[in-house]
Write a protein that binds this ligand. Structure first.
Ligand SMILES: Nc1ncnc2c1ncn2[C@@H]1O[C@H](COP(=O)(O)OP(=O)(O)OP(=O)(O)O)[C@@H](O)[C@H]1O
Ligand SMILES: [Mg+2]
Length: 347
């Protein structure tokens, strides 16, 4: 399988340069850092594929998935009789990856006891199997990845500082997708093609302008993986409106501002901001004030539209240019209910 690392953003170009620089010698430990879904495994696989070790194996170990003793035997293997149930000996992943790459995924979750043993291996590439006495020598390229802030883990005593410096001889930092939005259209196009090929989907698929705009504003907490799966869902028939609603809900939950124009505010609905007569500084933060103001405006605009539409939610959602579901959700969230009976002015 061919592994491609898509992107033109300067940060991605820089990563490609690093890959080109370290792959030929393929022995300096590499630490890949990035949020979930940013492409850490892609980078590790591209490193392997572009190195002379590509004839050897790419062996992935998820350091977070196993308890201490299992992880230890997984990494270093065991001899017969090392523990109950060890009826025959078994090589560990380090041995299997000799002449290839061992990819230590989620290294930040490796138990401290094993970190010491790993340090020895990274330093000398020698170890013994569990229950064994024989030194085993391997020639393995160690590539580790994490989404932790390891420096913080070190401060908290969760990660060994010496191991950290050993592993990050070469450091590759992949920025989150929201910090390289220029690449979103390119990645979108790439995933459309990829899914189309893999699922053998017929027909032309194009992302609507509305969604393309929203993609540029969305903060993509799941990064490139999320983008890929959103595109896949659209391609297999999920309603764009449903995807849009979900994105807006995530933005709302994560307190990210909605893009302008999602709810058009009629000019006459916006009251000029009241001046403070006391001269006091506002006690709330600007962010809080903005959130409050947005809420107020949304509340008024939605009520206004619903009144105009005679509380027909479909009509109102059209006026507001939001989906029926979003309107429904917003009404619930903002506590908007139809007032029973006509309101009478008391003045
Ligand atoms: N730059 C990229 N070009 C092409 N595909 C990418 C890119 N970045 C990520 N992907 C795709 O996005 C998905 C997630 O990537 P990957 O598994 O490498 O992320 P990760 O950083 O290892 O995430 P996690 O921390 O959750 O394990 C994969 O399907 C991968 O193929
Ligand atoms: Mg991964």
């Amino acid at each position: 399988m061919k592994h491609v690392f898509i992107g033109n953003h300067p940060s991605i170009q820089k990563i490609r340069e690093i890959i080109a620089r370290v792959s030929p010698s393929s022995h300096l430990p590499v630490l890949i850092i990035g949020e979930t879904g940013t492409g850490k495994e892609v980078v590790a696989r591209v490193l392997h594929a572009s190195s002379p070790r590509n004839k050897g194996k790419f062996v992935k170990v998820n350091c977070a998935a196993l308890p201490l003793t299992l992880l230890e035997s997984e990494l270093f293997g065991y001899e017969r009789g090392a523990f109950t149930g060890a009826v025959s000996s078994k090589p560990g992943k380090f041995e299997i990856a000799s002449n290839g790459v061992i990819f230590l995924d989620e290294i930040g979750d490796m138990p401290p006891l094993l970190q010491a043993k790993l340090l020895q291996v990274v330093q000398g590439q020698e170890f013994t199997r569990l229950g064994g006495t024989r030194d085993i020598k391997v020639d393995t390229w160690v590539i580790a990845a994490t989404n932790h802030n390891l420096l913080e883990d070190i401060r908290q005593g969760l990660f060994r500082e010496d191991l950290y410096y050993r592993l990050r001889v070469i450091e590759i930092k992949i920025p989150p997708l929201r910090e390289r939005r220029e690449d979103i259209p390119l990645l979108t196009e790439y995933f459309i093609g990829k899914h189309q090929r893999e699922l053998n989907l017929k027909g032309d698929f194009k992302l609507g302008d509305d969604l393309a705009d929203l993609f540029q504003t969305y903060h993509w907490p799941g990064n490139v993986r999320e983008l890929s799966s959103v595109i896949l869902r659209l391609m297999v028939g999920e309603e764009p409106d449903a995807v849009r609603d979900e994105i807006l809900r995530t933005m709302e939950a994560d307190k990210v501002n909605w893009p302008e124009g999602i709810i058009r505010v009629p000019q006459n609905m916006v009251r000029p901001r009241q001046q403070s007569t006391t001269g006091d500084l506002p006690l709330k933060s600007l962010k809080e004030l903005r959130a409050e103001a947005t809420r107020n405006i949304e509340q008024r605009v939605i009520r206004y539209a619903l009144d105009l539409a005679g509380w027909n939610k479909r009509k109102a959602s059209k006026m507001l240019q939001i989906s029926y579901k979003t309107l429904f959700y917003k009404m619930e969230e903002l506590g908007i209910q139809k007032t029973r009976g006509p309101l009478r002015s008391t003045s």
